[in-house]
Design a protein around this ligand. Structure first.
Ligand code: SF4
Length: 266
């Protein structure tokens, strides 16, 4: 996609040749400027209708606040593929919640599972998370997503700026740095506050993830998700006791699979 031509074509009709489906950092800057001050809904509608981001997939964890983005997208385009990384380590409550939202919103679910041969070779007893969580995420999340995302020019994520110290300067548009493909990453909720999220849930009567009321404000795989005390960083319950803060699908972990264990924090 040539984003400059796409934006210019809103003013005059020109022919474009789709010779390169990837984006440059300047494209992300231009899109952030273009949609500054415009609502999330307007931004998403324009991105889809005008094809500003090429072929798009939404990646959802079906976690604590996932219903908001899934509902927003479903109102605009139900054909968008919704990718779920089915690691085989999720809470049963998350799988039930996924099925409930897919049914209720009419989502186009793509359920990705890890490659069986990778599991057999690298995690045959299913305990890799306990001594090498980066390696476990690599097999169960990063590799399946990398393969699937080869089909797309952009992904949509539900990350919010307020979620943690590592996400507080999150832009709406950025370049996906987890590989060298130059895909666009769209964060429609980047600037939403907790109050806005709660307001949207109430306004649309969205069903909550059943584990939120049990003390889990951020929910991932069951072995790597702990309860969080009142006032703590909502993501502090993820990989508790490790120096790991992201699974690697948003930020590169820069750790090859055979690098050994991560560094536990004692
Ligand atoms: S979050 Fe934990 S269980 Fe899930 S893939 Fe990563 S290390 Fe493995």
């Amino acid at each position: 996609m040539n984003i400059e031509n796409k934006i210019a074509s809103q003013e005059r009709t020109i022919d474009t040749i789709k010779s390169d489906a990837r984006f440059k950092p300047t494209d992300a800057v231009r899109l952030n400027n273009m949609f500054r001050g415009r609502s999330t809904n307007e931004m998403l509608q324009s991105v889809f209708e005008d094809g500003l981001a090429g072929d798009i997939a939404l990646v959802s964890s079906f976690g604590a606040e996932s219903a908001i983005l899934l509902h927003l997208i479903a109102q605009i385009n139900r054909d968008i593929p919704v990718i779920f990384l089915d690691t085989d380590k999720h809470f049963p409550e998350t799988l039930a919640y996924r099925d409930l939202l897919v049914e209720r919103f009419g989502l186009n679910l793509v359920n990705l599972t890890p490659k069986l041969s990778d599991i057999e070779k690298q995690d045959s007893n299913g305990l890799r998370w306990s001594f090498d969580p980066d390696g476990c995420c690599h097999i169960r999340k990063i590799l399946p997503l990398e393969k699937e995302m080869a089909k797309y020019d952009a992904s949509i994520s539900g990350r919010k700026g307020f979620q943690s110290k590592t996400r507080n300067a999150l832009p709406r548009f950025e370049i996906d740095t987890t590989d060298t493909q130059g895909r666009l990453k769209i964060n429609p909720l980047a600037d939403w506050s907790k109050e806005q999220l709660d307001g949207y849930i109430a306004e649309h009567d969205l069903p909550p993830h059943p584990l939120v009321e049990q003390g889990y404000p951020s929910i991932g795989c069951s072995p790597c998700t702990s309860k969080v005390a009142e006032g703590e960083d909502p993501r502090s319950g993820r990989w508790k006791g490790w120096d790991k803060v992201e699974c690697g699908i948003h930020e590169p972990t820069n750790r090859p699979l055979d690098d050994g264990a991560n560094d536990p924090i004692f």
